[in-house]
Write a protein that binds this ligand. Sequence first.
Ligand code: FAD
Length: 457
Amino acid sequence: MNDLLVIGGGPGGYVAAIRARQLGMKVALVEKDKLGGTCLNRGCIPTKTYYRHAEIMRSLQRLDEFCIQLDAEPARLDMAGTRARKDAVVEQMAGGVADLLQAHGVEVIRGEAVVEEPGRVRVGEESIRAERLLIATGSESIRPAALPGAALPGVLTCEELLERSAIPGRLLIIGGGVIGMEFACIFQAFGSQVTVLESLPRALAFLDQEIARRMSVLFKRQGIEIKTGAKVESINTQDDHLLITASDKKGNVQYEADLVLLAVGRSPVTAGLNLEKLGVETEQGFIKVNQDYESSVGGIYAIGDVIGPPMLAHVASEEGRVAVERMAGMDSRLNYEAIPHCIFTFPEIAAVGLTQEEAAPRGIDCKIGKFQFAANGKAVAMGESEGLIKVICSPDDTVLGVHIIGPHASDLILEASLLVNLGMKVEEALHMVHPHPTLGETLYEALLDVQGRAIHL
Ligand code: FAD
């Protein structure tokens, strides 16, 4: 009999399984597809591999700026080779997950799990028993059934687009959220003409509004067309391409595209698990859990995308760790107010903590500090000086939020996360000497600006 059986080998499930072994539990993990889950096989890692190819393509287009002359014709991306490299990266990382699970003594069972009752799971013909079950089955792209034409060939989810070996001439993306805008930047750099249709007034509308507004300008500058307030009504085929009809306040508008990417959200993967019969409560399909990550049915726990937002790989992993530590009697918890998130657009975006708009309804008369990358020597030397860093503080100078657009924002957010997580004051943060010349000096200057004493502003 196992102490714990984990269903799903994504970043939530496999991290939980390894941590549970470290805590001395006997653990089995069931995976129906590939270890590493969405993150490794169809999400974070494949997209960031493409992102790197896109980054290099963008650099090649700027050789003149850096006084580099190549005799060859303008660079062209070999998409089949790019896809093959992405697959090789994924394969290498997936092998690593399998090795880790083996090294930690987690029994991996291949197949689709069906929960028969608390403490018992069926995988094919096999019935497996465990004191506790942890569901970490993740999420999948939504293909909206009500949208006419959503099932046409050439209308793809992000998982399907990652399997293509050709670059579409015209790519139309429905949805200007994180996944939509990351693909927009990647394929624009690959050479596609990219249009994004977003029903809200702005792409990435959940961000701090100043950051979202600035990004809209930068998206436009790199040639991405974003139509906001546009509701897609239908998709049809016309000759050899797709015809997309959208309505906005002026009426119906039509767009032509060679491929359409559906990036309208993700739904939890619970079908076939037998949760309804067992009485496991859900909300909009996501499994409801308490602070121990236990569902409404005792002994059945859930973590990761399947319990709802924030749907991020590092959140799934941390929830997995915290859930099993609490099973082991530890008082672990996750501070959901201070989870960093990164968006791999050009330039990168990263944020942690409160936005300026979220501070007001909480009655916080926030103090703000800002610094532009255009005034940072390292960013200017890199030729990557677009963007800004914005710090949100309480009236007593406690750092409540940090929002960044700029080069390596996804790395810069780590220091900001520390400040927000520890509830540090500006004065305390300024004790840390920031080396020169680094991108990190922008955070230092933005913190100084909260107190009106930035040096290079
Ligand atoms: P998953 O990774 O979805 O894993 C669930 C696993 O469970 C899968 O392997 C599945 O096969 C298995 N499973 C399902 N049902 C069963 C069953 N009945 N029996 C057995 N096995 C089952 N997040 C970030 O933090 N950073 C990023 O840059 C980022 N980029 C992304 C880009 C894209 C295109 C997408 C789609 C997502 C991205 N994400 C990113 C989100 C991230 O991938 C997810 O938040 C993360 O994978 C969730 O982890 P999980 O363990 O909850 O689920």
